[in-house]
Design a protein around this ligand. Structure first.
Ligand code: SF4
Length: 379
C-alpha cells in the first residue's frame, strides 16, 4: 500500500474537481439515506484540529516541493508545466491532488467529508483560519453540509465560520416533500431544510442546494417537484444544482424497487418533473445542471429571467417524435450526446442508431429499464 502524506475522502462536487481536498471529518454522521451508498459501512469520525493541521502542512510541503523542482529545472516562471508533469506520474494520490490544484491556479479548497459543519464551531474556525494562513493565495473554501446541522447552528456560529473563510456550502436538499424525505430516510424535514438553508444564506455563506430528480418515483413525482420548488423558493439559494437518481446496485432502496414499493421514474417522467419544478420556482437562484447523469444538461440559467429559455429547451425535447426522443436518450445515456443540438451530427447519429439496433435486436424499441442500465454504466 502506498503511504499517503495526507488523507482524502471519497467524493467532492464536480465544481470542486480542481480544488485542494482537506478532510476535516471522516464519512457521514447520518449515513442512512436509502438512495446513497457513498459512505455505507464506514463509521463517522471527527478529526482533531491538530490532525487536520498536520494534513494542511503536508499539503504545503508537497506544494513547496513542486515549486522547488520548478526552480531547479529553471522553470520557476512556469510552475504549471512542472505541476502537469507531476500529474503524469504522481507518487501518491495526494501529489496528484496538489499538482492538479497547482496547475489550476491553487485558489480553491474543498473541506471533506459529508457534513463538515458538524465540527465544533471553534474547531472548524481554527482549521479554516490555519488553512488560510498556510495558503494565503486561496480565495474559495467550500464544503458539504446537512440542513439539519445548519438549522441547529446559531446564525452567529455560521457567521463566524463565514468570517473565518468558508465561502460556500453544498447541501443535499434532494426533495422538499416531507413524504419523499421520510420514505428515503433523509433525516430532515422540509421545515428544517428551510431553516438551515435560510440561516446559511443569512450568514453570507454562498449556498448550493442539490435536487434529486426521480426521488419521488412514479407515485410522488408531482408532490416532489412542487414541494421542492416551494422549499427552494423559501430559501432562495445562490445555486440550485440538479442531479438525477440512478438506482445503482447496493443502494438500500433497491429492495423497495424489487418489492414494488418504489416505481422508478422514467426519463420522460423526469423531464416532466423538471418542467414542473422550474415552473414553480419563485427565486433568483442560478439553476445549474452540472452532472452527466442529467438527461437535459442544457437546462441551465438564471432565475427568473432564463425561465422561459429553460422551459423552451424542455419543450423542444418533449415535442420531438418518440423515435427521436429515444435516439436522444440512448445517445445521452451512452455518453455520445451532451446537448440536443448534437442530434444534427450525422456521425453521432449513425453511432446511436447502431446502439439502438443492437439493444432492440432490430425492432427499434428499447425499454426504459435498458436505457437506465446504460446510464448506470456511463455515469
Ligand atoms: S446525508 Fe448525504 S452523504 Fe449522508 S447518507 Fe445522506 S446523501 Fe449520503
Amino acid at each position: 500500500m502506498v503511504y499517503e502524506p495526507f488523507e482524502m475522502g471519497p467524493i467532492r462536487p464536480p465544481s470542486e474537481a480542481y480544488s485542494l481536498l482537506i478532510r476535516v471529518t471522516r464519512n457521514c454522521p447520518w449515513n442512512r439515506c436509502r438512495f446513497c451508498a457513498t459512505y455505507k459501512g464506514a463509521r463517522f469520525e471527527l478529526r482533531t484540529v491538530e490532525e487536520v493541521k498536520q494534513d494542511i502542512l503536508a499539503a504545503k510541503h508537497i506544494q513547496d516541493d513542486i515549486k522547488a523542482q520548478a526552480w531547479k529545472l529553471g522553470m520557476g516562471n512556469n510552475i504549471r508545466a512542472v505541476a502537469l508533469a507531476v500529474m503524469r506520474q504522481p507518487p501518491t494520490h495526494a501529489h496528484l491532488n496538489i499538482a492538479l490544484w497547482m496547475a489550476s491556479g491553487s485558489q480553491n479548497v474543498f473541506l471533506q467529508d459529508a457534513n463538515s459543519i458538524i465540527m465544533r464551531t471553534p474547531d472548524l474556525v481554527e482549521v479554516i483560519r490555519f488553512l488560510k494562513e498556510t495558503f494565503p493565495g486561496i480565495n474559495r473554501v467550500t464544503s458539504y453540509g446537512r440542513s439539519h446541522t445548519a438549522a441547529h447552528k446559531t446564525l452567529d456560529e455560521l457567521k463566524q465560520i463565514h468570517e473565518a473563510g468558508l465561502t460556500r456550502l453544498h447541501i443535499g436538499l434532494e426533495s422538499g416533500s416531507d413524504t419523499v424525505l421520510k420514505v428515503m430516510n433523509k433525516g430532515v424535514t422540509a421545515a428544517q431544510h428551510i431553516a438551515g438553508g435560510q440561516k446559511v444564506v443569512a450568514s453570507g455563506i454562498s449556498l448550493s442546494e442539490y435536487v434529486l430528480l426521480g426521488l419521488g418515483g412514479q407515485d410522488l413525482w408531482r408532490e416532489h417537484a412542487i414541494e421542492t420548488a416551494k422549499v427552494l423558493s423559501a430559501i432562495n439559494p445562490d445555486f440550485i444544482r440538479i442531479r438525477t437518481l440512478g438506482i445503482f446496485p447496493g443502494l438500500e432502496m433497491c429492495a423497495d424497487v424489487e418489492s414494488g414499493a418504489f416505481i422508478r421514474q422514467t426519463d420522460e417522467g423526469m423531464v416532466a418533473e423538471l418542467r414542473l419544478l422550474i415552473e414553480n420556482l419563485e427565486c433568483t437562484s442560478n439553476f445549474a445542471s452540472d452532472h452527466s447523469g442529467n438527461l437535459l444538461q442544457d437546462v441551465e440559467g438564471k432565475l427568473p429571467e432564463d425561465r422561459e429559455r429553460m422551459l423552451a429547451i424542455i419543450g423542444q425535447y418533449q415535442s420531438m417524435s418518440p423515435q427521436e426522443r429515444l435516439r436522444f436518450r440512448v445517445g445521452r445515456r451512452a455518453g455520445i450526446y451532451v446537448s440536443l443540438d448534437e442530434m444534427e451530427d450525422p456521425r453521432k447519429r449513425l453511432t446511436v442508431e447502431g446502439i439502438i439496433e443492437k439493444l432492440s435486436k432490430g425492432t427499434g424499441e428499447v425499454d426504459d429499464d435498458l436505457v437506465h442500465t446504460l446510464r448506470l454504466r456511463y455515469t
